[in-house]
Design a protein around this ligand. Structure first.
Ligand SMILES: [Zn+2]
Length: 109
């Protein structure tokens, strides 16, 4: 079944990143008329900084869909989660409003 978890992106990211020494970055891009030039920078991007010999290297952190135990899609700040059973949804997402999605068109507004 497909469920829409309202405002689920942040709790999911926080849960995944918990316990890691993660840095957050907001960036500007190369496009001339982009909103990021007016202060609305892109992001957040999460990265881990590692020291290898004398050099530091940044590794971007991406949410691993497989390890989370369910498939999901990001829809704005909501998550479209695909599970066999409601029990598959982790507790940290259960505190948020969840709607059953029967029609994909319901997501377009
Ligand atoms: Zn930009």
């Amino acid at each position: 079944m497909k469920l829409l978890v309202v405002d689920g992106v942040k709790p999911l990211e926080e849960h995944f990143l918990r316990g890691k020494n993660v840095h957050i970055k907001f960036v500007t891009c190369g496009k001339e008329d982009c909103k990021c030039k007016k202060g609305y920078r892109h992001g957040p991007y999460y990265y881990i900084r590692k020291k290898i010999r004398n050099a530091t290297k940044d590794y971007y952190v991406k949410l691993p869909k497989e390890k989370l135990g369910f498939q999901y899609q990001v829809v704005g700040s909501a998550l479209l989660v695909e599970v066999q059973d409601v029990e598959q949804i982790p507790d940290y997402l259960k505190q948020l409003p969840i709607f059953m999605v029967t029609d994909k068109l319901a997501l377009r507004q």
